[in-house]
Design a protein around this ligand. Structure first.
Ligand code: B1M
Length: 212
């Protein structure tokens, strides 16, 4: 079995230590971070489909996700921009009640790679915490991720609170995640929406470039 197939197998099995070693070894062997990333995403897709069909359960998915995030941490520095390419600041988080962070972490990685400074608030972020972060960091973009239909509403509540606090006008609100649609984004007054991490970074770059 080649290294990428092994990474896929051990991500699916949630074997973090093996995934860490194999990711480092794959880089040493000359595999690119893109090849490793594709492998990780495919492995998560396989786990996701098994989860949907009740062939695996939350604990298995959780340990697979940990293994995924460990590998992502190893490859992330490879997409760091050099300082001269800095294009703006993003505050990102997964909304309150939602613990899914793989998609958010991918968006963060791609945005960093595009030249953004990204402040990652983590998961389960309330409207109040987003507001505090906007006051503290003064970002160009607030990026929110949601994977549950039940937590999408927090995006709307966050926008509302930013408006009430007089902070809405100077920032771009970017939302995404599997249940989000362009129609939903429009309805709640978000500025941009995207379906995947790569286009998220490109769109964010376009927005900031048009503003300057
Ligand atoms: Co959860 N889960 N989960 N889960 N989980 C889903 C989302 C689900 C669809 C599974 C299913 O098929 N039934 C379902 C949601 C149903 C719904 O609401 N419609 C579900 C459920 C129900 C639950 C629990 C309620 C299960 C339970 O406890 N009974 C529970 C809720 C916990 C909570 O959050 N409060 C739960 C728990 C978990 C784990 C903790 C076990 C784990 C998360 C671990 C972690 O993230 N660290 C987990 C996982 C991994 C999944 C699945 C299998 C995979 C999600 C994922 O990481 N995909 C998921 C099923 C599935 O999607 N097939 C599922 C890979 C990732 C790369 O894709 O996150 O979509 P994604 O991100 C994409 C795009 O959406 C986009 O870019 C990314 C890549 O290009 N994107 C953005 C994401 N954020 C963006 C932001 C942007 C722009 C683009 O701009 C800001």
């Amino acid at each position: 079995m080649d290294t990428l197939n092994e990474i896929s197998k051990y991500v699916q099995e949630g074997q973090s230590i093996k995934v860490r070693k194999l990711t480092i070894s794959a880089l040493e062997k000359g595999y690119t971070y893109q090849q490793i990333l594709e492998t990780l995403i495919t492995a998560m897709d396989i786990i996701g489909n098994k989860f949907k069909k009740n062939k695996v359960y939350v604990p298995e998915v959780l340990i697979a996700s940990r293994a995924f995030n460990i590998a992502l941490d190893i490859i992330s520095p490879l997409v760091d921009p050099n300082m001269s390419t800095y294009i703006g600041k993003v505050v990102i988080g997964t909304v309150e009640g939602d613990l899914h962070d793989i998609g958010k972490n991918l968006v963060k990685m791609m945005m960093v790679g595009t030249g953004f400074e990204v402040i990652d608030l983590g998961v389960d972020i309330s409207p109040k915490k987003f507001v505090e972060a906007v006051r503290k960091y003064k970002p160009d973009i607030v990026a929110m991720s949601a994977l549950l239909t039940t937590t999408m509403i927090t995006m709307k509540n966050t926008i509302k609170l930013l408006e009430e606090e007089g902070l809405r006008d100077n920032i771009t609100i970017f939302i995404g995640g599997a249940p989000i649609t362009s129609n939903y984004a429009r309805t709640i007054g978000a500025d941009i929406y995207s379906t995947d991490a790569a286009s998220a970074a490109e769109l964010a770059k376009e927005i900031v470039s048009n503003d300057s």
